[in-house]
Design a protein around this ligand. Structure first.
Ligand SMILES: [Zn+2]
Length: 190
C-alpha cells in the first residue's frame, strides 16, 4: 500500500464532479487500500479520491459516531439523503470544520443533523450508513468532494470573507500544490 500526496485547493480535480466507478477490479482495490493508508497517515477523518488527484466517486472515513464508536468504511458511487440544514448562523464552538485539502485553516458551517448514505464498497457489495451529528457532517463533507464542492465554497458571507483573505495569504488558489502525510508537518497539529 502507498501513502499518496494530498492535493490542495486550486487543483482542478478538486473542483469538478468526479466520475462514477465502473470497473471493480484490482486497481480499484489497490486505490481504496491506498486511500485508507493515506487517511491514517494524515490523521484525518475522511478522504475523497479527488483529494489524491483521482477523479472517481469514492470516499473513505475513519471517524467516531456520537456514541464514541469508531467507524471505518468505504463508499463507492455513494448517494446521500440529508435532513434539512438548520437555519441560523454557524456556531464556531459546535460547527467548525476542516479539510485536508485546505491545510491549517478551519471555519464554521451549518450542516444537516442526519444523513443516510448508500452505495457499494470496493468489491461492489451494497453498503449503507445512517449517521447523526459529527459523523453526518463528515459524510456531507466527503460527499461534497465528489460533486467538486469544498466546505469553504459553502461558507456564509461573514466566514467566506475571512476565508478569501486567508486563502490569498496561504496561496490556496493555484494548481499544482500538495502535501505529503507522514512527511510534511501535520497541518492540523495532531
Ligand atoms: Zn475535505
Amino acid at each position: 500500500m502507498t501513502v499518496h500526496p494530498i492535493v490542495i485547493y486550486g487543483e482542478p480535480v478538486l473542483h469538478r464532479p468526479a466520475d462514477p466507478v465502473t470497473e471493480f477490479d484490482d486497481a480499484l482495490r489497490t486505490l481504496v487500500a491506498d486511500m485508507h493508508e493515506t487517511l491514517d497517515a494524515s490523521n484525518g477523518v475522511g478522504l475523497a479520491a479527488p483529494q489524491i488527484g483521482v477523479g472517481l466517486r469514492i470516499f473513505v472515513y475513519h471517524a467516531e459516531d456520537d456514541a464514541g464508536v469508531r467507524r471505518r468504511g468505504t463508499f463507492v458511487n455513494p448517494r446521500l439523503v440529508a435532513s434539512r440544514v438548520p437555519d441560523g448562523r454557524p456556531d464556531p464552538a459546535e460547527d467548525t470544520e476542516g479539510c485536508l485539502s485546505v491545510p491549517s485553516l478551519d471555519y464554521p458551517l451549518k450542516r444537516a443533523d442526519r444523513v443516510t448514505v448508500t452505495g457499494v464498497d470496493e468489491a461492489g457489495e451494497p453498503v449503507s450508513l445512517g449517521a447523526e451529528g459529527w459523523l453526518a457532517r463528515v459524510m456531507q463533507h466527503e460527499f461534497d468532494h465528489l460533486q467538486g464542492t469544498l466546505y469553504v465554497d459553502r461558507l456564509d458571507k461573514r466566514w467566506a470573507k475571512k476565508w478569501k483573505k486567508e486563502q490569498a495569504a496561504a496561496g490556496y488558489d493555484e494548481p499544482g500544490r500538495s502535501w505529503m502525510p507522514g512527511v510534511d508537518p501535520d497541518p492540523f497539529g495532531h
